[in-house]
Design a binder for this molecule. Structure first.
Ligand SMILES: Cc1cc2nc3c(=O)[nH]c(=O)nc-3n(C[C@H](O)[C@H](O)[C@H](O)COP(=O)(O)OP(=O)(O)OC[C@H]3O[C@@H](n4cnc5c(N)ncnc54)[C@H](O)[C@@H]3O)c2cc1C
Length: 369
């Protein structure tokens, strides 16, 4: 059989995962990226892999979250070996800090659900136990839940490792700007890159928040928008933090030694400037959780754009009206977690027209109506 020519648009985590699985399945893959691998949100995310929280969990996203979490663990040794990139994976228990009665009530409900999930365990901590766990946590904490078996990794390294593993299987990265899709009789025939045409049998659109923009001429328009997120990185403390702490903000010490404080959610269009307002907000939230963080120097601030859909769930599936065009985008705050399942599912669709993965809730048609 003739090798399938597939073009993947975007070298973020979703595009690189799709490229890797497609190359593994025998397609001839070309990846188009206008900046650099991981130059969007995929290179700057916290890298937390928590399948028990987020939009649609509990709900339609829960089975997908569970499966992608397992897929990560299967994928890591494979791509670390193929690429030589250390993903800096490690287990980092999640500590949900509660300050109000409402938060305490919600945490008890969440704890019961987390304990009912295979492979996880959660325990209740009263304020004294929280203080014993880490005396730097605020004494205003009214209680907490400690959830074990959550993982974190470096999202840039994951994206790079996926790309390089795809390249070891014959995929090629081209630096260029995708600015349209060409079709003949309703079938994709090529992609316009820097205004030249690259012929292909299928195209995977994985351009994150820009996914709608590259589709000029394709109707109906794609409802994907940017949601800005800023993060602060603080210098390493003398004593490391051993938990991912969540409350008014998120605090986690990463393998780079720095303490990451995440993250803003700003509807600011395509703007990615770093702002003093974000710095103040993030620090105020973090200091409420761990007052001594105020003493650590800020060494870096980042801003990037999450891809957001109308119902805040990803889009994976064929684009209606153009056979051979597939979408994989919109994972918003969970794209690092969902990258493998989105990549695997879209690769299945390209190669065989079907997938056994539970992606029905992600169909593009739900938003194109
Ligand atoms: C502050 C913050 C923290 C986050 N933390 C987490 C977390 O802890 N866990 C988690 O699971 N998720 C997290 N996320 C979400 C995650 O980062 C995103 O959902 C994910 O990175 C989106 O990946 P993507 O491949 O869809 O898009 P992107 O990473 O945006 O990749 C799209 C790529 O397409 C390229 N591109 C755009 N237009 C063109 C064009 N015309 N031609 C060629 N190339 C083009 C861009 O340069 C970019 O490289 C976080 C996000 C933010 C902002």
């Amino acid at each position: 059989m003739q090798q399938k020519e597939v073009v993947v648009l975007g070298a973020g985590v979703v595009g690189c995962a799709a490229a890797y699985y497609l190359a593994r399945d025998g397609a001839n893959v070309t990846i188009i990226e206008r900046e650099a691998v991981g130059s969007g949100a995929s290179g700057f995310a916290v890298g937390l892999l928590n399948p028990l929280m987020g939009t649609g969990i509990p709900g339609p996203m829960a089975p997908l979250a569970e499966q992608t979490f397992q897929m990560h663990k299967d994928l890591w040794p494979e791509i670390e070996q193929a690429s030589g990139v250390d993903l800096q994976t490690r287990e980092l228990p999640h500590l949900q800090l509660c300050f109000t009665d409402d938060e305490l009530r919600q945490a008890r409900v969440d704890m019961a659900r987390w304990n009912a999930s295979d492979g996880f365990s959660a325990e209740w901590l009263d304020p004294g136990q929280v203080c014993k766990l880490d005396p730097r946590i605020s004494n205003l904490v009214a209680g907490a839940v400690l959830l074990r078996h959550i993982w974190i990794l470096d999202s840039y390294r994951l994206t790079l490792a996926l790309l390089q593993s795809a390249e070891t299987l014959g995929a090629t990265l081209i630096n260029g700007e995708a600015n349209g899709i060409e079709s003949d009789g309703g079938q994709v025939t090529g992609v316009r890159v820097n205004d030249q045409t690259l012929a292909c049998d299928a195209v995977v659109i994985a351009l994150g928040p820009w996914s709608g923009q590259a589709l000029t001429g394709v109707e109906p328009a794609l409802p994907v928008a940017p949601l800005k997120g800023q993060i602060l990185h603080l210098e390493a403390p003398t004593e490391p933090f051993r938990y991912h702490m969540a409350g008014p903000g998120q605090v986690a010490q990463k393998a780079d030694g720095l303490v990451w404080i995440a993250s803003t959610e700003e509807e600011a269009g395509w703007d990615v400037t770093l702002t003093q307002a974000a710095r103040d907000t993030l620090m105020a939230r973090a200091v409420k959780m761990v007052p001594s963080l105020a003493e650590l120097k800020i060494v870096r601030q980042t801003a990037c754009l999450r891809p957001v859909t109308l119902d805040r769930q990803p889009i994976v599936g064929p684009l209606s009206g153009v056979a051979g065009a597939y979408l994989a985008t919109g994972a918003e705050k969970k794209g690092i977690l969902f990258g493998p399942i989105m990549g695997r599912a879209v690769a299945d669709l390209v190669m065989s027209g079907k997938t056994a993965l539970p992606i029905k809730p992600l169909s593009p048609q739900r938003l194109q109506r």
